[in-house]
Design a protein around this ligand. Structure first.
Ligand code: PGA
Ligand code: ZN
Length: 429
């Protein structure tokens, strides 16, 4: 008998970083290897994401996952017991067929993703190799350039500011570990500056400082001051990255900046962001326009796509077909890769492959609702996705990922390569 046949498959309810239930799956293979994985959950989700199945009703604000867990222990276990976990494509195809809907509405993408990832972990365990090696083979050896949050906003901070993430990235660093060293100093400097200004009020959902500002631009200013105070050269060594998450404040075709009491149309939004790109050392902008504003996305890319990375998240939802559509419209030049936006590893990998073929860059990303699960770090290294974004250097569900990447870099020793500045080199022009 093979060593990788699934002999035990179990779903359970565990908790995420917002105190909400989520799905964990544990499975065991015939050879004794065990794999375990937990599904994350977004707050500023794209409309076309795979379905995060929740029970509704009163319990836990409607966020309970009893049905998704029951699907794992019922239909999914019945279909997969005896299945070869090592054939990820066949296993994921079975999940897709069993669900039968485009958005995994029946089983829940939280259920299917946890199963899909747990199977990969178990198979890697059976082979006695780390997951990134199982996914990427002997060549896998590139640590991603991290985008690390300094201030959180939008849906992750009670809409205290409109834009969602002000992050830094370290194109000047020579290793993943060095990028974290530098960012830790910047994060701390930003906290000191907020403290001195009487504006330190804890952290947002992804660990970035709470955004106590009068305008959105002040968050950019403060981050540049923090880079400077930490002793680094803004732009050269450490640069800014933004996730505008513009879908979150797009109403009736207008962009409503609640913090600033004004509304912009698509062209106004593009002008605002282009002004920031002129005045601040910004190298990457995610979701500058709303998910249904494809023309705006394309216009923004035409305007600044040769100077900065333009990243699609809400509109592209880790979906190969949508990434092709974006390329056809020349919208963006990089994509966010979030496994739970699709619900299986195979489809997530397909989205990345398509993006790469079309010349798009990639950033593997956590969700705002996270756990100690570190699977995405292994996807970034194993699949050679050049960048990663998991929040700030605070909160255990964030540091779990950063620390896993440090372990991988150390374990690879001299074979480790760092994606560095090349990861955000312009893809157009
Ligand atoms: P989310 O935020 O997980 O709440 O969607 C992350 C992001 O927008 O990149
Ligand atoms: Zn985003």
């Amino acid at each position: 008998m093979s060593e990788t046949e699934i002999v035990y498959l179990h779903g359970r309810r565990v908790w995420d970083s917002r105190g909400r239930p989520t799905v964990e799956v544990e499975l065991m293979l015939s050879g004794g290897a065990v794999g375990r994985a937990i599904a994350p959950a977004g707050a500023s989700t794209g409309a076309a994401e795979a379905h995060d199945l929740r029970d509704g009703g009163e319990t836990f604000g409607g966020f309970d996952v009893a049905r998704a867990v029951a699907n794992v222990n019922g239909h999914i276990a019945a279909a997969l017991l005896g299945h070869d976990a090592a054939d990820q494509a066949a296993l994921d195809a079975t999940l897709i067929r069993l669900d039968g809907t485009e958005a995994k509405e029946k089983l829940g993408a939280n259920a299917t993703l946890a199963v899909s990832m747990a199977a990969a972990h178990a198979t890697a365990g059976a082979a006695g190799v780390p997951l990134y090696r199982h996914l990427g083979g002997e060549e896998a050896g590139m640590l991603p350039l991290p985008q690390i949050q300094i201030f959180g906003g939008g849906a992750h901070a009670g809409r205290r500011m409109d834009i969602q993430d002000v992050l830094v990235t370290c194109p000047g660093a020579r290793s993943f570990a060095e990028a974290l060293d530098w960012t830790a100093e910047v994060y701390r400097a930003a906290g000191d500056l907020m403290q001195a200004a009487g504006k330190l009020h804890g952290v947002a959902d992804e660990g970035g400082w709470w955004p106590a500002f009068d305008t959105n631009e002040q968050a950019l200013e403060m981050t540049v001051r923090a880079i400077d105070k930490a002793g680094f050269e803004p732009g050269q060594e450490i640069a800014l990255a933004l996730d505008i998450a513009a879908t979150g404040f797009h109403r009736n075709g207008r962009y409503a900046l609640g913090l600033e009491g004004r509304e912009l149309d698509s062209a106004g939004m593009i002008a605002l962001l282009a002004g920031w790109i002129d005045r601040y050392p910004i190298v990457s902008v995610e979701d500058p326009l709303a998910e249904d504003d494809w023309d705006g996305f394309a216009a923004f890319t035409r305007a600044v796509g040769e100077r900065v990375q333009v990243v699609g998240d809400d509109a592209l939802v880790t979906h190969a077909g949508r990434i092709r559509e974006a390329a056809r419209r020349h919208a963006g030049n990089a994509v966010l890769i979030k496994p739970n936006q699709r619900g299986t590893l195979t489809e997530t990998h397909e989205a990345w492959q398509v993006a790469k073929q079309l010349g798009y860059g990639g950033i593997v990303s956590a969700r705002s609702g996270e756990t100690e699960d570190t699977t995405i770090v292994h996807l970034a290294v194993g699949w050679g996705i050049g960048q990663i974004k998991v929040g700030a250097m605070a909160r255990g569900e964030r540091t779990a990922k950063w620390n896993e990447a440090l372990r991988i870099e150390e374990a690879m020793g001299p074979r480790a390569r760092f994606a560095g500045a090349a990861a955000i080199a312009r893809r157009r022009g």
